[in-house]
Design a protein around this ligand. Sequence first.
Ligand SMILES: [Zn+2]
Length: 112
Amino acid sequence: MKRCNNVTLGKLRKKLSKTAADARRNNGMKGGRPSPGTMIMHVAPDSVVTREAALAMGYTVYRTGKKCKFGHKGWRRTATTRCIDCERIARIKKEILHVETTIVENWRLENA
Ligand SMILES: [Zn+2]
């Protein structure tokens, strides 16, 4: 069960700014969890692997060498073509929104 309070919110905000800063410095892959499908991005962060080649080799990530529209390094998911760094940032933002919503809901319940 996820804890939904101000402590969590503070931690999430810190995590978001760190993740966003890492992504801006193109160090985003350091924060990820290596798996067989994403190992290429950790061992050879500057390599260029087309989506087709990545799929053929069983990777879950690929890189065209072009940065994403937010200037991230350009590693994308083969399944969704979404930028890994953008995905990571969006996930934390969603968690923050969830915690904020819960705090407001709890306040409403307690102050009804
Ligand atoms: Zn991005």
